[in-house]
Design a protein around this ligand. Structure first.
Ligand code: IDP
Ligand code: MG
Length: 141
């Protein structure tokens, strides 16, 4: 049995505005992963800058922070065997133009910036993002 792990997943403002929160949650659950915490909120600018700090020197950073704070997002802690990699595969590549049908980005997005979903890219970023957006009590640890 593979080791259970946790990922931070977020339906971005474009996905929430398009009414895709339920679709994303449904795909996660049907895959067999468990949503162990969930909330809908508009992210504070300082929190968004921290969340995307690895991209702070990139030319699109300002646009990215502006977009991610532009409306409500649905944030989740998702748990299950190989959750981080399984979710990245379900999301598809960052650029939706390269995302195959059947992936969330391949089915619902066209723009590299507004690409519907975020998922942690590894165990360190998952731990960091879960701590940033959820308290320990919310995660039952
Ligand atoms: P990921 O979301 O697939 O992990 P990252 O490379 O970590 O992709 O980039 C974080 C987010 O920054 C992307 O999901 C996308 O919203 C945005 N982004 C990445 N590259 C570009 C770009 O070239 N132009 C505009 N936005 C971008
Ligand atoms: Mg990333």
């Amino acid at each position: 049995m593979s080791k259970s792990e946790r990922s931070f997943v977020m339906v971005k403002p474009d996905g929430v505005a398009a009414g895709l929160s339920g679709e994303v949650i449904s795909r996660i659950e049907r895959r067999g992963l468990e949503v162990i915490a969930i909330k809908k909120a508009t992210m504070q600018v300082a929190v968004a800058e921290d969340h995307y700090s690895e991209h702070s020197e990139r030319p699109f950073f300002g646009e990215l922070v502006e977009f991610i704070t532009s409306g409500p997002v649905v944030m989740m802690a998702v748990e299950g065997p190989n959750a981080i990699a399984a979710l990245r595969t379900m999301m598809g590549p960052t650029n939706p133009a390269e995302a195959p049908p059947g992936t969330i980005r391949g089915d619902f997005a066209l723009d590299v910036g507004q690409n519907v979903i975020h998922g942690s890219d590894g165990p360190e970023s998952a731990a960091r993002e879960l701590a940033l957006h959820f308290g320990l009590a919310e995660l039952g640890t």
